[in-house]
Design a binder for this molecule. Structure first.
Ligand code: NAD
Length: 513
């Protein structure tokens, strides 16, 4: 790690170690168990944080609810100005933060920088949004009445995030929630606690310098038990949770018990349809980056390639040839394409998937395996694998969070391909490779892809912040980031004002006294 400047990055970000974890602003505390963060890159201990206890959590909630009372009164464009200043700091610290993301999570340095760039982009978006939190006006059916709607801040927003985008998902939520006037309590993944601390330090410093109450950005640390403190607490009207479908089902029911709101961003099982009219070169780049980028640990990673029988051998050969070029190793070294999986549990799941696909009748055409020896001491580096499979296999129906790609064959037309694509329980990202206008439009039509994200001639992986991000079915139905996703962080109020001396009732109802 040293040759890649990790120590300096931690220093630039002001990271010490122990006692940092829970925070209601610049003040870091926490009296629970110690969480140690080991890098999947080289297995080294990066740092330790203290987890949040029930008592710590109370302190956080008091600070957040109190802070909200002040923050909500600040005009939205002025809140936007604070987010702009926060963004200046992100720009200044892009390199050390990107490096830490790469080192703690294991994605390539380029992707680490890309993740910080996403934070910068969403902050820019949020600053503009701070002057555009529009409602509508309506015509009242009653004379001398005016009707309109307005959006008010919601309160304390709880954010639970996954390890694979340890910083961007937080900002997708917070940047919008902050300009909307909310306070945010964030529980990052217990697998990436140091990046959470780094982000909280930046936000807390900027907020303190600008007289923002400390509870507007809070951090809690720990595993699902700390998450449950959030999901069961009715002082948090909205829980935005990103992670596995298994987690989403638990979170959804806990929050529903108290009739709170959820924004769920859960697992995907994303496919690219390769039609007879596909451009092979583009298909290969899209499919290979989609399947092996971030070692297959993106919610939008390509899991299934659905290839027309007339193209099958050509595409298969090209993809297999491309896999031979892949360099696996330290993600901070820009010569490598594929870094490690997050931990040994992830390695176990990857190995399990390869065993299962064979048991169910699939055929491995690019061998997987765990790498050993120099540079691979963490035990988390695996070889991206490809298997020929059938969509009905149980293992194909489930998301394996690693670099395993399934090739599926279809015959007939795009409707047959769509049946396979939509024939899974998840509905996040989808793509079609075609130069045929009819196929492309059919794919995007009401009879087409059932996913939240549907692309033509680009892969499934990654997204721009300008669009609403999320998926259907077991992906959870939530939307965050661009478009009008901000509305979930606010409460809508319909107002009717009577400026006459009469009191006519709606629907012409008579009620004479
Ligand atoms: P995970 O479900 O194990 O954990 C995610 C977060 O949920 C963690 O912070 C964890 O502590 C918390 N959590 C777990 N159980 C909880 C409970 N009962 N109550 C409250 N909080 C709880 O997921 P992971 O392994 O960190 O991330 C990988 C998963 O996330 C994949 O399935 C991936 O597809 C998904 N993901 C989805 C999106 C999206 O936008 N749709 C984005 C990133 C990741």
């Amino acid at each position: 790690a040293e040759e890649f400047g990790i120590k300096q990055a931690l220093k630039d970000l002001g990271i010490k170690d122990i006692n940092e974890g829970t925070s209601t602003g610049k003040d870091f505390f926490g009296s629970g168990d110690i969480i140690e963060s080991y890098s999947p890159v080289d297995g080294a201990l990066i740092g330790k944080v203290k987890s949040t206890t029930k008592e710590d959590f109370e302190k956080v909630m008091t600070s957040a609810t109190e802070g909200f009372k002040t923050w909500r009164k600040m005009p939205a464009p002025l809140r936007g100005e604070v987010v702009r200043k926060f963004n200046d700091e992100l720009r200044r610290l892009k390199e050390p933060l990107g490096k830490l993301v790469s080192y703690e999570m294991g994605k390539s340095y380029q992707e680490g920088l890309g993740e910080v760039q996403e934070m910068i982009d969403i902050c820019d978006f949020a600053v503009g949004l701070s002057r555009q939190l529009h409602g509508l006006t309506m015509h009242s059916e009653r004379p001398g009445h005016r009707m309109y709607e307005q959006y008010h801040p919601l309160g304390v927003v709880g954010i639970i995030s996954a390890f694979n985008f340890p910083v961007a998902v937080w900002s997708w939520n917070t940047a919008l929630a902050w300009v909307c006037g909310d306070a945010c309590v964030w529980k990052g993944s217990e697998k990436t606690p140091i990046t959470s601390v780094a982000c909280q330090k930046i936000a807390a410093r900027v907020f303190a310098e600008n007289g923002v109450p400390e509870g507007i950005s809070c951090l809690v640390t720990g595993d699902y038990k700390v998450g449950e403190m959030m999901t069961t607490d009715s002082r948090i009207p909205l829980i935005s949770a990103t992670g596995s479908t298994k987690m989403g089902k638990i979170v959804a029911s806990k929050v529903a018990e108290r009739l709170g709101k959820t924004l769920l961003e859960l697992g995907g099982n994303n496919a690219i349809i390769v039609t007879p009219d596909a451009d092979i070169k583009m298909t290969v780049i899209g499919a290979v980056f989609g399947a092996v980028g971030t070692a297959g640990q993106r919610c939008t990673s390509t899991r299934r390639l659905i290839i027309h029988e007339s193209m099958y051998d050509k595409v298969k050969d090209a993809v297999v040839a491309a896999y031979k070029q892949l360099r696996i190793g330290n993600p901070l070294d820009e010569n490598n394409h594929v870094g490690p999986l997050i931990d040994k549990d992830a390695v176990k799941n990857y190995k399990h998937a390869l065993e299962e696909v064979v048991k169910e009748g699939g055929k491995i055409i690019v061998e997987g395996g765990v790498l050993e020896g120099k540079g691979y001491e963490s035990g988390c580096y695996v070889k991206p694998a490809i298997a020929e499979a059938d969509n009905s296999f149980n293992i194909v129906q489930h998301e394996t969070f690693g670099p395993v790609l399934y090739l599926l064959k279809y015959s007939g037309n795009v409707e047959d391909a769509l049946e396979i694509q939509n024939g899974v329980r998840q509905g996040l990202s989808s793509a079609i490779m075609t130069n045929n206008l009819r196929e492309a439009e059919h794919f995007l039509s009401v009879q087409g892809s059932d996913c939240g994200i549907s692309n033509v001639n680009i892969g499934t992986s990654g997204a721009e912040i300008g669009g609403a991000f999320g998926g259907e079915k077991e992906t959870g139905g939530g939307r965050e980031s661009g478009s009008d996703a901000w509305k979930v962080y606010m409460r809508r109020q319909t107002n009717t004002i009577n400026y006459t001396t009469e009191l006519p009732l709606a629907q012409g109802i008579k009620f004479d006294l």
